[in-house]
Design a protein around this ligand. Sequence first.
Ligand SMILES: [Zn+2]
Length: 458
Amino acid sequence: MAPDKPSVTVGKGEKKEEVSEQRGSSPKEEPVIRDELDEGKASTNKTSPEMAPDKPSSTARTGSKKENVPEQRGRTPKEEPMIRVGLSDGQASAILIADDEYVVRDALTGQGLDKFAGNKMTTVTIQGRQLAINGKAISAKSIRFSIADSRTMRYLSVAGKKYHGNIVLTLAQDETITVINEVKLDDYIGGVISEEMSPGWPMEALKAQAVAARTFAVYSLGLHDEDGYDVCATTHCQVYGGIASESPEGLRAVSATRGEIMTYQGKPIYAAFHASSGGMTAGSEEAGGIALPYLKAVRDPKDDATPNQNWQVTTSAKELASDLASAGFRVGTLKAIELTPLKLGEGAADRYPSGRLKEIRFIGTAQTVVVPGPKFRWIAGLPSTLVDIRYGTENKTILNEKGNIEISGPNTVIVFCGSGRGHGIGLSQWGAKALAAKKDYREILSHYYKDVEYSFLF
Ligand SMILES: [Zn+2]
């Protein structure tokens, strides 16, 4: 499902035409990459650990129960929290319909405003500076549509897509309409999981993904408060497509882990995940965030079926200098590159403990610049920062073995060769798929998130 804001997705830095890699043929085979830690996504630093609220949000009733035995749950039913998912901002109008009778209320006062028959379309626009329902201006600044009889399995649709829960339309400061889906947490996760992981994958991997996605959602509650909702429906938070995004397998994984989240010291963790680690995950500090005790670099199973395991990005000395200049790093003519050769799981002055780039040094005729690894990933369009360099001519390149790459001319070929895809932090989806052959979902999660506890929100 395409996110509403392609610009956000593109922030992943995948210049696909420049990246030669072995990808799965079906897009579903490649899970969506979590890249919220990376610098390249302009507005995404909200979710980096250093910026993130360390409070568990008020709606996240965590830590009060530490039941480790799944069979015990359900005995202490707690109310399932609602989450406000921003479906779109900046709309001039919104069109709703439902497959049963539905009502609209003032979202602030709860006062009933109107009632509509099933299958009857309602258009909300802006008139003057007010919301208008079917052409009639109203004073309410925020209105909530819901199915009249909430016990029925009937749903509202907005912009042609069907959703669980309510649809809230809010008049934003800039006199546009913000469209929000108020939905129960696990109904939301049901509309997320199959966007993140192929329903055809092993059930234990899907369950691990469900718990990670739920934990991430709880951690993110309130992230978009200033926009009037908790999370957005794009890769910035998690891609969510409502009922159309559900799959029977995904829903099974969600209900098998109903309400379950990971906590550390009683608080929901920052459950980052990514497509493929390339053999070793990254510590949370490796993408510019702070070191979180539960997000450390760990070995990841090598899975030969992983389409992202090895990749190459080819450029020339001239092109590279130009890309660097566009990003504000003007070196003049590139003369040399300094980078410690990659050894998986070995740090260096310019490499993190997993081997990922911490920084890379470019020596040019104008000046020498040192570019932080995560930033360089975006500049060069690399799938990950677990990377080394080959260089030479079109016919023959040699591997960086000395840490000092001499550039003989503008046409010198530079090949970035690396493995993995995404920031590398937390759960590796392809790794989880491989681990699922022998491990259950909690063992998979505990492989990627250290010393976490499992608790049930509801
Ligand atoms: Zn977001």
